[in-house]
Design a protein around this ligand. Structure first.
Ligand code: FMN
Ligand code: SF4
Ligand code: SF4
Ligand code: SF4
Length: 591
């Protein structure tokens, strides 16, 4: 059969590859060859639904049909059914033009500006990006707009930096534009060190040209002729696709000298970071590019007046820059229609933790946390009870159940004590201990502190020690007060954002979950039943002796006869929880 009108796309971002996408891709190639089907097989980035990877989309006479949970065992059956028998396999469809699909509503709740092309185009094809109006914005900017007009458009759009602080992008560009110098730099911050965050990586893996075009526009606006992309070396696929994109953009004359026959020149370099969280901080990042140790410096001077090698430098996050071409193409007014009064547009989130539909989502600002978690994210895993959501990574905080109706916008989120951050959203259920959660984030920041400031270096260490002993049942009555006092001092006496925000997860958990701290300290009890030192696994009388727990126990701590009540040897038990998770008869309790 010869048919030029079939396009098959396989989601092959890091998530798709990890789920077995390359094997599926190979199987599709073989199937098409074996059956003589002339279809175009393509690789795309992440469409966001990481929980149903591998995703395969078939575009043909039925329109677009996306299959989820595809693996190398079921792909032949899906293709046979869809392409040969012309009977799409409905139970595997997650989204389609004509057959509905299990995830249709979820995608419908999202607004895709930044992720517009992710999962749709081949990230390694500049032509596909151009087919989606790519590089039209930069052409328009160079041919029709002055740098001042571009900056005004950004100001009118209301776009705020997506890297964490939410600083207005147009204003930032204005500062760099105003700086007088014959040399200026533009830097894209793709360091993305927050635990649980993968937004920027997904954009770069799925639609690298989009960010490049944003960078070229920003460079034109501020008057930079050279740029750097600072991307961590742990993102090899993003780096590979960026390198291809830069080469192809240069080949087409969108990068390099005399772009669109103007006198505007712009060159982009890639700098691979070693993966230190603090290097995401802008002054540390600049030091790192300069070949120095990545340590933050006192501001002012701000990078806009003295950045890379002393030249005026503008730094923007990946998602911020990826918004720019859309704003230029569609207009600031169109962009400002999405979002709230002071937070325009959309925000991309990496939804992780105890959530049914974990993945990458893009929602209009102003949507409530409840809607994001329970509608877009499908609710809590295993239908457990929601406890809190952590926003803003280690710089952020935990928002409790009572504040679930908070709209997702910069100011409302900040009012809770958390921050919007760069887009990590970690959902926690009733089994998560909030003291332990605070300990986890503080352990991260303490580890990542560059050590320059005494309060950040030693203060976070002391806080971590206190949290550690509370989770071990050795907490003292004065500990909560001590944690609060240290927090205030560390925030006030730290030089950079890392130290200034490190206590936030501790402060918000004390604010909203003080009872859990008190329970640990006063009763030597972990409310969530999660701190190992404070819990005991016990088998109840309703045990039917099925022996499932016995089989999974890694240390042979469970004994008992088949069909008889089993027991746990507390001396041997390492409290791994495997037996509890395995028992189907609710016969194991945590006390
Ligand atoms: C410790 C620390 C880590 C940071 N990590 C990142 C990061 O990984 N990516 C990022 O864009 N911004 C990060 N930032 C914020 C940047 O310093 C900077 O504000 C941002 O890149 C500016 O871009 P925007 O205006 O587009 O948000 C970090 C800040 C701090 C204090
Ligand atoms: S606050 Fe912490 S990470 Fe920042 S400069 Fe000081 S010691 Fe380094
Ligand atoms: S799995 Fe549950 S019911 Fe089965 S033996 Fe263990 S405790 Fe008893
Ligand atoms: S908690 Fe782990 S180590 Fe303890 S009895 Fe259960 S399976 Fe064994």
């Amino acid at each position: 059969m010869k048919n030029k009108n079939i396009i098959i796309k396989v989601g092959l971002a890091s998530c798709g590859i990890a789920a077995g996408g390359l094997e599926v891709y190979e199987k599709i190639e073989n199937f098409l060859q074996k059956n003589g089907i002339d279809a175009e097989l393509k690789k795309t980035g992440c469409i966001g639904m990481c929980y149903v990877e591998v995703l395969v989309e078939i575009e043909d006479e039925f329109g677009k049909t996306m299959y989820g949970n595809v693996d190398d065992a079921n792909i032949d059956e899906i293709l046979q059914s869809h392409l040969v028998s012309k009977s799409p396999k409905k139970d595997k469809i997650v989204f389609s033009d004509n057959f509905g699909g299990s995830e249709t509503e979820i995608l419908g709740l999202q607004t895709r500006i930044v992720l517009e092309n992710c999962g749709d185009i081949d990230p390694e094809s500049i032509e596909e990006y151009q087919e989606k109006d790519g590089y039209q914005a930069i052409e328009k900017v160079i041919k029709e707009m002055s740098p001042e007009e571009v900056i005004q458009e950004m100001k009118d759009s209301g776009l705020r930096g997506r890297g964490g602080a939410g600083f207005p992008t147009g204003l930032k560009w204005q500062f760099a534009h105003n700086a007088e110098s014959d040399k200026k730099f533009l830097v894209c911050n793709a360091d993305e060190g927050d635990p649980g965050a993968f937004m920027d990586r997904s954009v770069l893996e799925g639609d690298p040209h989009r960010m490049l075009e944003g960078m070229i526009i920003a460079a034109y606006a501020i008057g930079a002729d050279e740029g750097y992309i600072y991307c961590r070396a742990e993102y090899p696929l993003a780096l590979k696709r960026l390198r291809i994109a830069i080469k192809d953009a240069e080949g087409k004359g969108f990068l390099g000298n005399n772009i669109f026959d103007s006198d505007f020149n712009f060159k982009i370099n890639i700098y691979e970071g070693a993966g230190a969280f603090v290097c995401g901080e802008e002054t540390a990042l600049l030091s790192s590019i300069e070949g120095k140790r990545g340590m933050p410096n006192l501001r002012p001077p701000y990078p806009a007046s003295s950045g890379l090698w002393g030249y005026p430098t503008n730094i923007n996050n990946v998602e911020t820059l990826a918004n720019v071409p859309w704003i230029i193409r569609k207009g600031a007014e169109e962009f400002a229609k999405f979002g709230t009064e002071k937070s325009k547009g959309t925000k991309v989130f990496a939804l992780t933790g105890k959530i049914k539909r974990g993945g990458l989502v893009e929602i209009p600002m102003g949507m409530s946390l409840r809607e994001v978690i329970f509608k877009v994210g499908g609710g809590i895993l295993d239908d457990k009870k929601f406890k809190a959501v952590q926003l803003g990574g280690p710089s952020g905080g935990c928002i409790p159940d009572s504040l679930l109706d908070t709209p997702v916008d910069y100011d409302s989120v900040t009012a809770t004590g958390a921050i919007m951050g760069s887009g990590g959203m970690v959902v926690m259920d009733e089994t998560t201990c909030m003291v332990d959660m605070a300990r986890f984030f503080l352990n991260f920041t303490q580890d990542e502190s560059c050590g320059k400031c005494t309060f950040c270096r030693i203060g976070t260490k002391r806080m971590l020690e206190i949290l550690q002993r509370i989770t071990e049942g050795k907490g003292k009555e004065t500990d909560i007060k001590l944690l609060e006092e240290l927090s205030v001092k560390i925030k006030a006496a730290s030089l950079c954002g890392l130290g200034q925000t490190a206590p936030n997860p501790v402060l918000t958990t004390i604010k909203y979950f003080r009872n859990e701290y008190e329970d640990h300290i006063n009763n030597k009890h972990c409310t969530a039943g999660s701190c190992k030192a404070l819990i005991t696994y016990k088998i109840k009388d309703n045990c039917i002796g099925c022996e499932m727990c016995k089989r999974v126990c890694p240390v042979d701590a469970i004994s008992g006869e088949k069909k008889g009540i089993h027991t746990i040897d507390q001396e041997k038990c390492t409290k791994c929880g495997a037996c509890y998770d395995t028992c189907k008869f609710d016969a194991i309790e945590i006390i």
